[in-house]
Write a protein that binds this ligand. Sequence first.
Ligand code: NAP
Length: 295
Amino acid sequence: MTIRRVGFIGLGIMGGPMAANLLAAGYELTVWNRTAAKAEPLAAAGARVAGSPAEVAAASELTFTCVTASADVEAVVLGRGGVIDGAAPGSIVVDCSTIAPATARKVHAQLAERGVAALDAPVSGGDVGAKAGTLAIMVGGDAETFERALPVLRAIGKTIVHVGPPGAGQVVKLCNQVAGGLNLLAMAEAISLCRRSGVDPAKMLEVVSAGAAGSWMLQHLGPRAVAGDFAPGFMVDLMQKDLGLVLDAAHETHTPLPGSALVRQLFEMLQARGRGRDGTQAIVEALALLAGETG
Ligand code: NAP
């Protein structure tokens, strides 16, 4: 049966534009955000604002969550007044937050006890991809639930891959953060060398982005870093949350990840200077500090 009624919980940098795209795609949308003001633009565009996550779930055949960390997903899904209190048997919960694979599996199991299906569906593509509806979505869960949710996921993403059972989506997202973190460091080192050699880093980005060393980070975050625009996109604090999950998973599987550990330490420098709410492109400032610049 085609899903028409969709819910969205967590209207932050990612969730806000994802919800807007669902509305634009014609879904009947019910939303909730802890800080109510963030729901206002969506209400103005035609969404219904509910009083709790449970109310969102009760009104929806498929409910998205996109909140910060593992404990926050547990709170909005499994907590009092949470999704689990409102979701009807047969409905689907899709969590797009980046959280620990073990928490994703716990959420799946507890919802399953109520007859509610779940997918862990973390996303990649940043605020740019969230606005454009072109996110990459890595989905864990059973194949039948994936097929039912797929038409809805197409309203927010472009590359949508079922990667395995519950928790597998989060494992793949952690792999994404490994590659993303090291690409950020590569971007920052290229900018640092270029600038300190007296060459215009904007020119460097223009040409290097188009060649074999090109990356999403160089293309989208490089210009922001060079311009000194450190507004998030993706906050340093969130990247540190993710790199913490990465290093936990690395430890559990005895997988040496020296590059990811290094990137985590560089972001630690920024957090120590009170810059956790900057975008991750601020990694250039950590290198400037290492080079003896004041930053
Ligand atoms: P954000 O702008 O900080 O938004 C976080 C959202 O979660 C806000 O709506 C916040 O509500 C809500 N929230 C957090 N804790 C909550 C709790 N305990 N109860 C209820 N609501 C809670 O973060 P974001 O950048 O959108 O990131 C959201 C998730 O997507 C994170 O897991 C992040 O790792 C992941 N992600 C982000 C990006 C990116 O580029 N930004 C890319 C891929 C994945 P309030 O408004 O009340 O604070």
